[in-house]
Design a protein around this ligand. Structure first.
Ligand code: UD1
Length: 433
């Protein structure tokens, strides 16, 4: 297994181009199942999770064609390096999403809604738990049942059928669920009649999906609010849609600038998607400026501890909680970080402690007492965002940090060593075979 070696302690200075959002791209790819015509996605990131989703869709019969970003396109001019992907689901060859692919990536579950809507049947493996919590799919299933799907869970598979098609319904999620909202949207667009979805997630990635579905001929209103109205249509057509910039990648590199007391220009990022994060950074003493060149994030010594609570969008994202903790470990004074989305998302704490961070966990909150310096050590990555928090802490730490088991990183961070290296980071991947 690969590891990453970092020689930390130097401020990072330079430009980083932000890629397309993984969490937007994955449901957009699944949406291709809904039409027999091609769906073209622009600004696609090159990540292991995207390759996994491509493989899953291929075995459902979807043709996946990729090409480099066309020269002269607005994204290429903004410096983006993403790809264009065209997905054509002329015929669905199989309605089964096998365990072997779903267990690798929970987002595989996104095929459930579109498969039921298009084929009237789907058999999708249950995703199982993961490092950060049990992560059930009960809300996805209850919502699909409300649209008329008959669901049985047997031998680890969700088997859903709608012999007479889906019918619109009034659904209220008991708790905000990003994936549940996306699955339900992709099913309801082809249901008979109207669907109202209350307590829907408001994440920008959902806006991107709704924009895509509407471009394919769906009728969704209320996008960006907690209540979505969907009027079902009988079929969807092809479309061309751009993936929004990755707000978690943006926030991660903003924290990289702050934790090393450096200056990074984030190019191709969208400022408006990170209001809560930039507000917290400013409160900590970091400078964040939106300029024509990009978002400029700069910091000097004297950062102070700031409390954050993770919340559904537009609150502080859980996917930046681990990175925030690394930053707070280097700030003056104490800060409290409260995780409200996942029940077990402090796996990075023992590893950050190995680098000298002073963190104590009390239930869903962690108290971080900033230290003058962190020191390099060997650490183990546990999940995607935890891995990157260790990379960030390693950049700030004096001496050598070895982050082991980094395969998680490749799921969500495109060319990370190259991007940080261009800002002066001494970082290299060691192939473990
Ligand atoms: C998505 C993101 C993930 C992010 C999370 C919260 C993708 C591919 N992943 O995950 O990066 O951390 O949103 O912003 O977009 N839950 C249930 N039952 C359900 C559904 C969810 O109990 O049926 C629980 C989960 O265990 C979790 C909480 O609800 O505690 C929120 O989960 P959800 O918003 O659904 O997250 P994901 O869509 O899995």
């Amino acid at each position: 297994m690969d590891s990453i070696r970092i020689l930390g302690g130097a401020p990072l200075r330079g430009d980083i181009v932000i890629g397309g959002a993984k969490n937007a791209a994955l449901p957009l790819m699944a949406a291709a199942i809904l039409s027999s015509e091609p769906l073209t996605l622009v600004n696609m990131p090159e990540l292991a999770d995207i390759a996994t989703m491509s493989n899953l869709l291929r075995q459902h019969g979807v043709r996946v064609d990729q090409s480099a970003l066309g020269a002269g396109s607005a994204y290429a001019e903004a410096g983006a390096t993403g790809r264009t992907m065209t997905l054509t689901a002329e015929r669905i060859a199989s309605v089964t999403a096998p365990y072997d692919l779903v267990r690798r990536m929970r987002a595989s579950f996104f095929v459930l809604g579109p498969l039921i809507a298009r084929c009237g049947e789907a058999k999708v493996s249950l995703p199982g738990g993961c490092a950060i919590g049990t992560r059930g799919v009960d809300m996805h299933l209850k919502a699909l049942e409300a649209l008329g799907a008959k669901i049985e869970v047997t031998a680890g598979y969700v088997h859903a059928k709608t012999p007479t098609g889906l019918t619109g319904a009034h659904i209220t999620f008991p708790k905000v669920t990003v994936g549940g909202t996306e699955n339900l949207l992709m099913a309801a667009v082809l249901a008979k009649g109207d669907t109202v979805l209350e307590n829907a997630a408001r994440e920008p990635e959902i806006g991107n999906l709704a924009e895509c579905l509407n471009a394919m001929g769906a009728k969704i209103t209320g996008v960006g609010s907690g209540t979505l109205h969907i009027t079902g249509v009988t079929s969807l057509h092809g479309a061309r849609v751009a993936v929004i910039p990755d707000r978690i990648e943006t926030g991660t590199y903003a924290i990289a600038a702050a934790i090393t007391r450096g200056r990074i220009v984030l190019k191709g990022a969208r400022y408006d998607l990170l209001d809560a994060v930039f507000a917290a950074l400013r409160q900590a003493g970091v400078t964040v400026d939106q300029t024509e060149d990009g978002i400029v994030v700069a910091a000097e010594n004297g950062l102070v501890g700031v409390d954050v609570v993770t919340e559904p969008y537009p609150g502080f994202p859980t996917d930046l909680q681990a990175q925030w903790m690394a930053l707070m470990a280097t700030a003056d004074g104490a800060s409290m970080i409260t995780e409200t989305i996942f029940e077990n998302r402090f796996m990075h704490v023992p590893e950050l402690r190995r680098l000298g961070a002073d963190v104590n966990v009390h239930g869903a909150s962690a108290i971080v007492r900033g230290r003058k310096k962190l020191t390099g050590a060997a650490v183990m990555a546990t999940d995607l965002r935890a891995s990157v928090s260790l990379i960030l802490a390693g950049q700030a730490a004096e001496g050598e940090t070895l982050v082991n088991r980094v395969y998680h990183l490749d799921r969500g961070y495109e060319r990370l060593e190259e991007k940080l290296g261009a800002c002066g980071a001494q970082i290299e991947r060691i192939s473990g075979g």
